[in-house]
Design a protein around this ligand. Structure first.
Ligand SMILES: *Cc1c(COP(=O)(O)O)cnc(C)c1O
Length: 453
């Protein structure tokens, strides 16, 4: 693991934090005995961490895992010495204000000045709040998402007792507009979930076309951009369809984005934005415990979760101070690099007769199959390459995708109209360093494939 200056930065930040409270009577220091015991336990904990993949390293190019920025790690650790709770101002005054400021900057990225929004512990919880509001606004109406939307939407709908329907995706993994319109014609759709960046393949649903339909049929639009939201900053460099979708994002009714996916944050940081601030009325409740110290808004009054890490807000605030969410800034440039890495990776796959990719990456996820006579054989080979690559320290992911994403001639004995799934290799190239490492990644993929055939 690279030596980074985090510990020195943390020591100075903590020193500054402690100055704030220097006037209080001193507390006892831990004894040398207790420090020795803690050291021994921490040694064992660090040892146990050996059973992990090297998520921080560019050779880890599998799932959606991006290391937090050092400034986020240090800010989080510094804030934890106080451990503020952003439920109520009584528990986290400064960190609540930092949360509101950071969320305002995320909303501004989507062109929103006036909104209701807050951080959550995850994208799942942020989506839960969006569908909870959706259900309150249109009781008895259905939630519709594509069959490539995150599985969380079907489950959340179940929790909220809302009827959920999934509609087909097209052969690029995007919501099929004709299939959506067939559902809309039934007249009972309350909300359509539009995914900007699906988790499996990074496909971008045609939000602009869903908006056209909403003018005709009248329904609410929730954008799940947990993974893809930040690509709004580089929309102008995306392919036409993805660009049109991202350009329209400000017209959605609610948006979810996960700072702990592409936003360089430690886990425990999702974000929900509602376009209409008046929707705060649904959250209204009294708390007999917490809301005394001020008449100002407490974040707990506009969120479903109660206790939340104030440290998450401090980390996000610090990161956005260092890397503002603006087009052409350093943060946006890093997204561009991820996308370039994905395109280079795809170009290699496309050239190589051992592989077949269903479509080029819209964002920074590449999916490809190992060529073979049958779907079963192809799936088996993908699994073998995945395992062999891991032995060579290249960590990829596996994903099940519909065989229908591939051209009909891909598998000579594939039945027509087949609904089979094929196991593919998948790589999320979301670290900015991936671009520099792409040759090494491809060389290892080549070796793993040779050695598994
Ligand atoms: C990751 C993801 C989620 C779930 O978010 P968590 O933060 O893992 O709870 C939902 N939707 C999409 C599109 C995602 O990529």
């Amino acid at each position: 693991m690279p030596q980074d200056p985090s510990l020195d930065l943390l020591a100075s930040a903590l020193g500054r934090l402690q100055q704030n409270f220097a006037a209080l009577p001193a507390l006892p220091e831990p004894t040398p005995g207790s420090i020795r015991k803690m050291a021994a336990v921490l040694e064992r904990a660090a040892e146990r961490m050996a059973d992990n993949l090297p998520y921080f390293h560019p050779l880890y190019a599998g799932q959606m895992l991006k290391p937090p920025h050092p400034v986020a790690r240090v800010a989080y650790a510094m804030a934890m010495w106080l451990n503020p709770n952003n439920h109520a101002l009584d528990g986290g005054r400064a960190s609540s204000v930092m949360e509101l400021e950071s969320v305002r900057e995320i909303a501004a990225m989507f062109g929103w000045q006036n909104h209701l929004g807050h951080l959550t512990s995850s994208g799942t919880f942020a989506n839960l709040e969006a569908l909870w509001i959706a259900g309150q606004l249109a009781p008895g109406k259905r939630i519709v998402a594509s069959d490539q939307a995150h599985y969380t939407h079907a489950r959340i709908s179940g929790v909220l007792r809302l009827d959920f329907t999934s509609v087909a995706a097209d052969d690029r993994g995007r919501m099929d507009i004709a299939a959506l319109e067939r559902e809309l014609k039934k007249g009972d759709v309350g909300t359509v979930v539009v995914t900007l960046g699906t988790t499996a393949t990074g496909s971008v649903d045609p939000l602009d076309r869903v908006l056209d339909l909403s003018r005709e049929y009248g329904f609410r639009i929730h954008v799940d951009a947990a993974y893809g939201g930040y690509f709004r900053l580089i929309a102008s460099s995306l392919d036409t369809a993805a660009r049109s979708a991202f350009d329209a994002i400000g017209e959605a009714d609610s948006i979810v984005v996960d700072p702990h996916k592409h936003g360089l944050q430690p886990y425990g940081c999702g974000c929900i934005l509602l376009r209409d601030p008046a929707l705060g009325r649904f959250y209204k409740h009294d708390s007999p415990y917490t809301y005394f110290t001020s008449g100002e808004l407490h974040l707990g009054e506009i969120s479903l979760e109660c206790s939340r890490a104030g440290a998450a807000a401090v980390a996000l605030w610090a990161t956005q101070q260092l890397l503002p969410l603006v087009p052409h800034g350093e943060f946006a440039a890093a997204l561009d690099q991820s996308r370039s890495a994905a395109r280079k990776f795809y170009a290699f796959i496309e050239e190589d007769c051992r592989f077949v990719a269903p479509f080029p990456p819209e964002l920074d996820i590449v999916v490809w199959a190992v060529k073979s006579v049958s779907i079963e054989e192809s799936s088996r080979k993908a699994t073998t390459v995945f395992q062999r690559a891991a032995q060579l320290d290249l960590h990829l992911a596996l994903v099940q995708v519909p065989a229908a994403f591939f051209p009909p001639a891909t598998w000579p004995n594939r039945p027509d109209n087949c609904e089979a799934m094929v196991t593919c290799l998948r790589s999320v190239l979301m670290k900015p360093e991936h671009l520099e490492w792409i040759e090494i990644l491809l060389q290892k993929l080549d070796q793993a494939t040779e050695e598994s055939s």
